[in-house]
Design a protein around this ligand. Structure first.
Ligand code: SAM
Length: 281
């Protein structure tokens, strides 16, 4: 029998959210790599399955060092399961390096999919969810944080951000100051006893959560930026005429105007052809 690595999603709160298949994989895998063995033992005991010496710790700091060991086990025909403390491994959690190592060795990587806070929060947000970006945790400070927030300023897709409770209000305020008062949703403690889904503008949410301590696990779902208004034909034609008068070829004028006005090249080039047709000399 060929070995495989199975990436298994575990609950983000409610233990009942472990799928029947995930349970079967955890019960039968030769070995289960998890972040914190003590934490993961709870899932095993809640479902009355024995961990019996099959749990190994794989976390941020030893993942790289364990890649060879995992590859060797899979190559040896073992069924290796990978879980994280909660949700889907690899999503703001360890996993991507070990998955890449097994895949790069030409071995099987498969999944028992299930809970992830990003999808859970997006699905209850009511914000556009046909296209979205997963920001995960923003850098805590410095130019890297400023750069990522600046990129969100232009991002038209809904963004999903993981945040620690103690930083929620400051982050909501900062996002409101830097991006304008966009609509957002704060999803807190999903699937748990104190689940809360708060909706409003960034400043309304900052005000709401600034009363008392914020506790629990939190996802911010942020409405995307408005699409910039389309440049009208007259503006494009004016810009093209300036370029053409200064001696640019039709092609160069169209490229330059399309990039300056951020207009579709094909449309700008068509307008340039129209100008040339109307004024052949
Ligand atoms: N791998 C996980 C997943 O698939 O969602 C994410 C792990 S990341 C280290 C932990 C973060 O996920 C938390 O800080 C919080 O932002 C979010 N999160 C996890 N469980 C949550 C829950 N029940 N409700 C809201 N957010 C949650």
């Amino acid at each position: 029998m060929s070995g495989m690595l199975i990436v298994v999603a575990t609950p983000i709160g409610n233990l009942g959210d472990l799928s029947a298949r995930a349970l079967d994989v955890l019960a039968t895998a030769t070995v289960v790599y998890c972040e914190d063995t003590r934490h993961s033992r709870q899932i095993f005991s809640a479902h009355q399955i024995s961990a019996a010496g099959r749990l190994r710790s794989l976390h941020e700091h030893n993942e790289a060092a364990l890649c060879d060991e995992v590859v060797a086990r899979v190559a040896n025909g073992e069924t290796v399961a990978l879980i994280s403390d909660a949700g889907t491994p690899g999503v703001s959690d360890p996993g991507e390096r070990v998955v890449a190592a097994v895949a790069n060795a030409g071995l099987i990587v498969t999944t028992a999919p299930g809970p992830s806070a990003v999808i859970a929060a997006l699905s209850v947000s009511g914000l556009a969810s046909d296209r979205f970006v997963m920001e995960g945790f923003l850098p805590r400070r410095g130019s890297e944080r400023a750069k990522r927030i600046e990129q969100l300023g232009l991002e038209q897709r809904t963004a999903v951000i993981y945040e620690a409770p103690g930083r929620l209000v400051d982050t909501l305020r900062e996002l409101s100051d830097r991006l304008g008062d966009r609509r957002a949703v704060v999803a807190r403690e999903l699937t748990k006893l104190h689940e809360e889904v708060a909706r409003g503008t960034l400043s309304e949410l900052a005000k709401q959560f600034s009363v008392g301590d914020v506790r629990g696990e939190i996802v911010i779902v942020l409405n995307g930026a408005e699409a910039p208004p389309e440049t009208d034909d007259a503006t494009i034609v004016d810009a093209l005429e300036v370029e053409l008068r200064s001696g640019a070829t039709l092609r160069d004028a169209a490229s330059s105007v399309a990039s300056t006005l951020k207009a579709p090249h094909r449309r700008v080039y068509q307008l340039a052809l129209d100008i040339r047709r109307d004024n052949p000399h």
